[in-house]
Design a protein around this ligand. Structure first.
Ligand code: GTP
Ligand code: SPV
Ligand code: MN
Length: 590
């Protein structure tokens, strides 16, 4: 055992030396994840202006960071999957041959850390001692990245201890902010050797390599090869009046409501319905001995969307970020309070003298105070609704998958797939309006299967095949549902109140899982009957509910055609079951 361990640590040391030879930092710091180390890092960043202290009384130990204005969201066109065969990356990923990618981007890394500190950051994704847990090591020249990793992962000693116990296995990730020139920005994934290279960005998913790069793109590949799943999913527990908790995992595209649903505060708590948070962005799932699917949240904190978050929409997020947090690209009031659009329910403009995310004084008529993709980084342990089981090594058993998106039309508020195979098709057929979480045009509808379009580290056709194969092995595959909180009326207003009221949808799912609940069969699946949803205490007319639940055959025939074009790209990687389900949808639509 110790022989392997030594080899592993030696491999880590060699990789660090090789990286230093390439990037030429002034000094190398191995991070241990301690409180003192964090305090020192923060003090350094306060001196350089990389961080600004926010009001210490209102938000103890919390800081604001303003990123480069050209570096505020994920950048999908420069995010590559570098597999030997392009076919393995598939038609929805940007691809480059590993050798050519390394040669090309290696030149950018050459000397990139000159005059800078290279931090070596061991981190653990997954609870310590969990069979799901994986060690990553990120090399970075950004102290801001280190500080964020300390919140969003289990960093330092616990990761090194795990590495020593697991025979020295770790996923290396080399990161440099470079010179932040968007033309020299590359986020490279080498799934075959489980390696990440990222240069030219200091933003979130581009730079905190444990999150999307390791826990989704590389992990999805690993799961495919090893028979488990890595998904862009929140995990929640719905407690019913008997006290039993039913766990559900939900895949919605970026900025489409995962954090909010995971932290839902139930308006029906007095009737015994409440929600526990296990995770808000990523789920790793394995088949348990009982044949059910068990999920862990690999992360240790939240990297959540700030705008729209307030004490009414998401009080649990507000409590989570009330201390020990980092705010990125939000505004700052004269009282040094973080400010974003929607932070105060009903308040449209910030206090006079507020500084916007760019560091300029905000004036009436200016567009926004906070960047639409501004974020908070907060420890999961501070979330009042955090589940007592969120760090259980084996995870929690999943009874339902919830797919969802942001659709002004087409998708009804809620429906249920007929069975597992149809459910996989529902996920594969998902689409959503683009949000500010990725650079590019906001609002356009795009296909986003299982909310994994930007995160699937291999051919999406093979990915659906993997889902279908997992279903074969499960004794009790999760029931599959689809939701859309974002249906609008002609005037562009949301038809559904959303947020806490979404518990009504969860309650219907809970009934359906038990084989109960009133449903009507439609072409796309089962929708609740007009009185199938428990709407006690919500002020919503029967007419509006009808509009929310309508399945419009014309809209769906268009949708069917768009799905067909999308599926067509996958050629012989498209599982027959998906084509068959697509044909069956056509027949049902007439
Ligand atoms: P990522 O972190 O990018 O993966 O996003 P996410 O899926 O966790 O989305 P999040 O919960 O942060 O929500 C994004 C935006 O949608 C926020 O501005 C929310 O206020 C808004 N939102 C979330 N849930 C609802 C809802 O039920 N109704 C409405 N109208 N808006 C919602
Ligand atoms: C997402 O875009 O889905 C996020 C934010 O969760 S990031 O970490 O930047 O990818
Ligand atoms: Mn996400």
């Amino acid at each position: 055992m110790s022989g392997t361990t030594t080899r592993g640590t030696a491999a880590l040391e060699k990789w660090v030396e090789d990286s230093a030879r390439l990037t030429k930092p002034e000094r190398i710091v191995w991070c241990d994840g301690s409180e003192q180390e964090y305090a020192d890092l923060v003090a350094g960043m306060l001196r350089t202006g990389e961080l600004i202290q926010v009001n210490e009384r209102a938000y103890p130990n919390s800081y604001l960071h303003r990123s480069n204005p050209n570096d505020v969201a994920r950048t999908e066109e420069v995010t590559l999957i570098c597999t030997e065969r392009q076919e393995d990356a598939g038609p929805t990923n940007y691809w480059e041959d590993p050798k050519s990618a390394k040669e090309r981007v290696g030149k950018l890394f050459d000397g990139a850390m000159r005059g800078r500190t290279m931090y070596v950051v061991p981190y653990l994704m997954g609870p310590a001692g969990s069979p799901h847990a994986k060690v990553g090591v990120e090399i970075t020249d950004s102290a801001y990245v280190v500080a964020n990793l300390r919140i969003t992962t289990r960093m330092g000693k616990v990761a090194m201890d795990t590495l020593e116990k697991n025979g020295g296995q770790f996923v290396p990730g080399l990161h440099s902010t470079g010179d932040l020139d968007p033309k020299k920005r590359w986020i490279l994934h080498f799934p075959e050797e489980q390696l990440i290279w990222s240069i030219g960005s200091g933003y979130g998913g581009n730079a905190l390599l444990g999150k999307k790069c390791l826990s989704l793109r590389l992990a999805s590949w690993m799961g495919w090869k090893e028979g488990w799943m890595a998904e862009h999913m929140l995990i929640l527990g719905l407690e019913d009046p008997s006290g039993a908790v039913t766990y559900m995992a939900g895949a919605f595209p970026s900025a489409c409501g995962k954090t909010n649903l995971a932290m839902l505060v139930s308006p029906l708590a007095d009737r015994g319905w409440r929600v526990w948070t296990v995770g808000d962005d990523i789920a790793w799932m394995r088949i348990g001995e009982d044949g059910r699917l068990w999920a862990v949240n690999p992360e240790n904190g939240f990297f959540g969307v700030a705008p729209g978050t307030n004490v009414e929409t998401n009080p649990n997020a507000m409590a989570s970020l009330s201390a020990n947090s980092i705010f990125t690209n939000v505004g700052l009031t004269p009282d040094k309070l973080p400010w974003w659009e929607g932070i105060d329910p009903g308040v449209k403009t910030p206090p006079p003298g507020t500084i916007n995310w760019l560091g300029h004084e905000w004036k009436p008529g200016d567009e926004v105070v906070a960047h639409p993709n501004s974020r908070f980084t907060a420890p999961a342990s501070q979330c009042p609704s955090i589940s007592p089981h969120w760090e259980d090594p084996q995870g929690v058993p999943i009874s339902a998958f919830i797919f969802g998106g942001r659709r002004a039309r087409v998708a009804p508020l809620l429906y249920q797939a007929f069975n597992w195979r149809h459910g996989v098709f529902v996920g594969a057929g998902m689409a959503s309006e683009k949000t500010a979480a990725a650079a590019g045009k906001v609002g356009e509808t795009r296909r986003d299967p299982m909310a994994m379009l930007p995160f699937c580290g291999y051919n999406m056709g093979d990915y659906w095949g993997h889902w279908l194969a997992m279903g074969e092995k499960l004794t009790q595959p999760p029931e599959v549902f689809h939701v859309n909180w974002f249906r609008k009326d002609e005037d562009g207003n949301f038809l559904w109140p959303g947020f806490g009221e979404n518990v009504r949808a969860l309650m219907w799912m809970h009934e359906r899982i038990q084989g109960k609940g009133d449903a009507r069969e439609t072409a796309i699946g089962y929708t609740p009957t007009p009185d199938g949803l428990d709407l006690e205490g919500v002020d919503i007319s029967a007419h509006r509910m009808e509009r929310l639940l309508t399945v419009d055959a014309d809209d769906w025939r268009d949708e069917w055609a768009e799905q067909g074009v999308f599926f067509g790209q996958f050629k012989d990687h498209l599982p027959a079951a998906i084509s068959e389900e697509h044909d069956a949808l056509k027949r049902r639509l007439g």
